[in-house]
Design a protein around this ligand. Sequence first.
Ligand code: GKR
Ligand code: MG
Length: 418
Amino acid sequence: MRITDVRVTPIAFRDPPLLNVNGVHEPWALRSIIEVETADGHVGLGESYGDLQTLANLDKAKPGLIGLDPFDLNGLTRVVYAAVGSNPDPGQSFAPAGDKARASALAAFEVAFLDLQGQLTERPLYDILGGKLRDKVPYSAYLFYKFGRHKDDPGYPADDWGEALGHEQMVEQARRMITEFGFGSIKLKAGVFEPEFEIETLRHLRKAFPDYPLRIDPNGGWSVETTRRVMPQLTGLLEYLEDPTRTLAEMGEVATFAPMPLATNMVTIAFGHIPETIRLNAVQVVLSDHHYWGGLRATQHLAHLGRVFGFGISMHSNSHMGISLAAMTHVGATIPNLAYACDTHYPWQVEEVIAGGKLKIEDGSVAPPEGPGLGVQLDRAALAQLHRQYLDCGIRVRDDTKEMRKYYPDFNPKKPRF
Ligand code: GKR
Ligand code: MG
């Protein structure tokens, strides 16, 4: 069975004004939807970033995929490396160069190839990945400080979550997340206000939900000294502390005085970063993301390294659609050392590109969709609509800082601010 067509469609979907260290989410989030079709009409699906660089890389690899067998993942790797770059990367380069560029392109197509393998053998994707170890994958409530509405009218009504700039508003956000989705743990996106204010929010959450594991993620917005200063207040409050500081070396320093595990999706983001991570004992939980680690098998390889070197695995997320959630869930079901509930932005998204609407999060978990492969199909009308939104919205690269400057013209994410 050979591949006869490959399509990559950029889409834009509504995104609420969520705050982070870089600024605030724009009204539209970008993704790309990947379709890989075989001669007999099977279509394997993938989902990736929607920025111009990613689209260009996917485009470069596309022609070489025609004629490949969907089981030939080494062939896929050869084609992607030839198109996007094959220099061994010792971990010095970050997006969009080096490992992250080629690993992202590889991941986008690998998921579609694996989906096809599942469809052709009539097995769910988790079977193609070695079989499931759990029936459902736990996710956490991902809380954001947020504005009530976007600065410019995006042409659609404001989301119904309302503003969350204070402690009690955040407790209400958490309560709704827990009531609607049954989440059993809570992550607070931080790096927005002074650390003391954000820790006070955590205390309010602790009071309202005494039994829920808590995490905070300032996205590298704190200095080592700031982290040292607030450490006594964090001690006993967190299951892990995510990316307080910006570099691997700084995380290594924080690790010398942090009593809780440190997690990252910012400083250990490629296999080339693992040796230094281990040498410094800088990170105890790697938040994997198949979209840039190289795919679902690469995620399993990372988890294996975690078992060897003793770090835990969980998952990072950006704004995404159901194809990504299905892929995360299939691989999550196969990883023995998935040590913590995974992140997902999914509750923040109201639109969907898969048939039948959004996947269900119940009891804080998602069951891998049954049916062959990923178990999700495209809603073609929705794809056309979201693609139209992409064409119309004018956003081509995510820029939270530019968006924040509409509210605060002097906003500068590059400080270190705290
Ligand atoms: O969506 O604002 C956001 C997040 O801050 C995202 O960009 C991060 O990549 O969720 C991510 C994280 O855990 O760092
Ligand atoms: Mg993070």
